[in-house]
Design a protein around this ligand. Structure first.
Ligand code: FAD
Ligand code: N01
Length: 531
C-alpha cells in the first residue's frame, strides 16, 4: 500500500489525460496520471485491430495547442492509421516529458469524496491510495470494451479477440476460418483486411451500417502545405463548426434542389470520400424525407458494389435514418462480400443461439471456425466511469445516480461530486465531434476554471442541481429536434442490454457548445457553486 497526497489525480493517459497533465503543470498544480495500459495513447493503444484508422483527416485529428508540434509533425496519409496515431501520442509524451508523471499499469478502482476535508481519495488495483483536491476523469468515451452476451461465449475452443483489446503482436489469420461478430465502424475497417488473409471469413451482421468510402491516400503535399501555411486560422474555423471538423457544409435543404442537383451533390461527396458526405445538405439529420434521399443514394451504391443482389440487400441499411448510428468510413468494405472466401450471415434472419466449442450456432445451423473476432463495441460514454466505484457527497455512488441515464452539467461535472471533472463526459459534444477538438476545449475550460478558483483563494467547485436539470432537459430537447433518437445506437445506450435509452452526447454543436461554456465562465461560472 502506498499513500500520497497531490493536488490533482487524472485518470487516463489518452489524448485527454495527456493534455490535462500538460496544462496543470503550466498552472503549477501538482498532478499524477493513473493509466491501466503500459503506455500512452488510450484508444490508439488498445484498438490495434487490422485496418484501424482515423476517419477525421489527419491534418485535423491532432493537437492544436502547440504551433511547433503541429508544424513539425508529418502525417503520411490523408487518414492516419492506428500505428501512426500511436507514434504521434508517444512523440507528444516524449516532447512534453509527460511519462514521469504517469503511473502505468495502474487501474483506478475507486474514488471517494470526503466532505469533511473536501478531498478525494483515489484507490488503485496496485494498492495506491492517493488523496487529491481534484479528481479528473479522462477515462474515454469508447474505452470500456463490450463483449456480447451470447450463451456459451467462454466455451469456444479456438482463439477469441475483441477489437478494442487487440494483441500487441498482431494476429496471423492465414489459413484460418474466422468469424467476425458485429458490423460497426471497427468491423467495417477490419473485415476487408482479415478477408485478404483468412482461408474463410464469416461475418455475423445484426444491423447493417451506412458506410462511405474513405478514399484514403498518401498525404498530398499541397494539402499539407495549405493547412500548415495558416494552421491557426483553419483550426479556429474548425472549432466553431458543428462537428469540430473543417469541411464544406451545404446550407441548402436536400428537398429544395432538383433530383439531378441532389444526386450530383451526393456523387461529388461519395467520390471525395469520408464523413463529409453527411454535410451534403443542411437538413439530413433533422428531416426524415431529406435523410431518405441520402440513405437511398448509399443503398443504391451498395447495390452497385455487391454482385449478389441478395447479399447486397442484406447489407443495405433500412429502418433507421443515415447518420443516426455513427456513420462508417471504409476501404472496400462492400466489395469484400464479392470474395469467394467471405460469407455474410444475417442474424436478424437467423439469430445467434450460442457460441459452441467449435464455432457459432445460429438458428440456421453451426458455423465452425478457428477464431472469433468480437467487433461488438463499447459500453460507451458511461462504462469507463461507472466501472469505477465513484462516490460523492453522502456516499452517493455515480452508477446509482446515473441509473436512469447520465446526468451532468455541460458534460463537465455532475451535482453532488465536487471537484470531480469529466473530459468529454456525457452531455458534451464528445463523440459527435472531432474528439481532439472537444478534448482541448474541455481541458482549456477546466484549466481556466482552476486558475480562476486559485486566484481567488477558492478550493471547490460543484455543479448545482438546478443547472444540471436544465442542461439535461436542454440536451434532450435538442436531441429530440433531430432524427438521432430514432436509431437503436450506442449513443442511446441501446447496445448494452438494460442500459437506459437516453441520448448521451450533446448534439447542439461544437461551436455553439463552446460559446455556451465560455459565457458561463464569463458570468462567474453560472450554475456552479464556488467556495
Ligand atoms: P481514451 O483514448 O479512451 O483514453 C482513456 C484512457 O483511460 C485509456 O487509456 C484507458 O486505459 C484509461 N482508463 C480508463 N479507465 C481507467 C481506470 N479505471 N484506471 C486507469 N485507466 C483507465 N475520434 C475521432 O474524433 N475521430 C476518429 O476518427 C476516431 N476514431 C476512433 C476509432 C476507434 C477504433 C475508437 C475506439 C475511437 C475512435 N475515436 C475517434 C474516438 C477516440 O476515442 C477519441 O478520438 C480519443 O482518442 C479519446 O481520447 P481520450 O483520452 O478521451 O480517451
Ligand atoms: O462498435 P459498434 P465499434 N450479436 O457499437 C454488433 C468509434 N470508431 O467498435 O448495431 C450480434 O459501433 C452491433 O450490432 P447492432 C466510432 O465512434 C471509429 O464498431 O447493435 N451483433 C454492431 O454491429 C464507433 O461508432 C472508427 O445491432 C452484435 C457491432 O456489434 C465506435 O467507435 C473505427 C451483438 C458493434 O458496433 C464503436 O465502434 C472504429 C450481439 N450480441 C470505431 N452485440 C473510425 O473509423 C453487438 N453487436 C473512426
Amino acid at each position: 500500500m502506498s499513500e500520497s497526497k497531490i493536488d490533482a489525480v487524472i485518470v487516463g493517459a489518452g489524448f485527454g489525460g495527456m493534455y490535462m497533465l500538460h496544462r496543470l503543470r503550466g498552472l503549477g498544480i501538482s498532478a499524477v496520471v493513473l493509466e491501466q495500459a503500459d503506455d500512452v495513447g488510450g484508444t490508439w493503444y488498445w484498438n490495434r485491430y487490422p485496418g484501424a484508422r482515423c476517419d477525421v483527416e489527419s491534418m485535423q485529428y491532432s493537437y492544436s495547442f502547440s504551433p511547433e508540434l503541429q508544424q513539425s509533425w508529418h502525417w503520411s496519409e490523408r487518414f492516419a492509421s492506428q500505428p501512426e496515431i500511436l507514434r504521434y501520442a508517444a512523440h507528444v509524451a516524449d516532447t512534453l516529458d509527460l511519462r514521469r508523471d504517469i503511473r502505468f499499469e495502474t487501474q483506478v478502482t475507486s474514488a471517494r469524496y470526503d466532505e469533511a476535508s473536501g478531498l478525494w481519495t483515489v484507490e488503485t488495483d496496485r494498492g495506491d491510495r492517493i488523496t487529491a483536491l481534484y479528481c479528473i476523469m479522462a477515462t474515454g468515451c469508447l474505452s470500456s470494451a463490450k463483449l456480447p452476451e451470447i450463451a456459451g461465449r467462454d466455451s469456444f475452443g479456438g482463439a477469441t479477440y475483441h477489437t478494442g483489446h487487440w494483441p500487441h503482436d498482431g494476429v496471423d489469420f492465414s489459413g484460418k476460418r474466422v468469424a467476425v461478430i458485429g458490423t460497426g465502424s471497427s468491423a467495417i475497417q477490419a473485415i476487408p483486411v482479415i478477408a485478404r488473409q483468412a482461408a474463410h471469413l464469416t461475418v455475423f451482421q445484426r444491423t447493417p451500417n451506412f458506410s462511405i468510402p474513405s478514399r484514403n491516400a498518401p498525404m498530398d503535399d499541397d494539402y499539407e502545405s495549405w493547412w500548415k501555411s495558416d494552421y491557426e486560422a483553419h483550426r479556429a474555423k474548425a472549432r466553431m463548426m458543428r462537428t469540430g471538423i473543417l469541411y464544406g457544409l451545404n446550407e441548402k435543404s436536400a428537398l429544395e434542389v432538383t433530383p439531378e442537383e441532389r444526386e450530383a451533390e451526393y456523387e461529388a461527396r461519395w467520390a471525395k470520400g469520408g464523413t463529409a458526405f453527411m454535410g451534403a445538405f443542411s437538413d439530413l439529420i433533422t428531416n426524415r424525407a431529406a435523410n431518405d434521399t441520402a440513405a437511398e443514394f448509399v443503398r443504391n451504391k451498395i447495390r452497385g458494389l455487391v454482385k449478389d443482389p441478395k447479399v447486397a440487400e442484406i447489407l443495405a441499411p433500412k429502418g433507421y435514418p443515415i447518420g443516426t448510428k455513427r456513420i462508417c468510413v471504409d476501404t472496400e468494405y462492400f466489395e469484400t462480400f464479392n470474395q469467394p472466401n467471405v460469407t455474410l450471415v444475417d442474424v436478424r434472419e437467423a439469430p445467434i443461439e450460442a457460441i459452441t466449442p467449435r464455432g457459432v450456432r445460429t438458428a440456421a445451423g453451426e458455423v465452425e471456425v478457428d477464431a472469433i473476432v468480437f467487433a461488438t463495441g463499447f459500453d460507451a460514454m458511461t462504462g469507463a466511469l461507472t466501472r469505477i466505484d465513484i462516490r460523492g457527497r453522502g456516499g452517493l455512488g455515480l452508477a446509482e445516480k446515473w441509473a436512469g441515464g447520465p446526468r451532468t452539467y455541460l458534460g463537465l461535472m455532475t451535482a453532488g461530486f465536487p471537484n470531480m471533472f469529466m473530459i468529454t463526459g456525457p452531455g458534451s459534444p464528445s463523440v459527435l465531434s472531432n474528439m481532439i477538438v472537444s478534448i482541448e476545449q474541455h481541458v482549456d475550460w477546466l484549466s481556466d476554471c482552476l486558475a480562476h478558483l486559485r486566484a481567488r483563494g477558492l478550493t471547490t467547485i460543484e455543479a448545482t442541481q438546478s443547472a444540471e436539470e436544465d442542461w439535461v432537459a436542454h440536451g434532450n430537447e435538442v436531441a429530440d429536434r433531430t432524427l438521432y433518437p430514432q436509431a437503436a445506437s450506442w449513443y442511446m445506450g441501446a447496445n448494452v442490454p438494460g442500459k437506459p435509452r437516453v441520448f448521451m452526447p450533446y448534439i447542439g454543436g461544437v461551436g455553439v457548445y463552446r460559446e455556451k461554456c465560455a459565457e458561463i465562465a464569463a458570468r462567474g461560472y453560472e450554475g456552479f457553486r464556488l467556495s
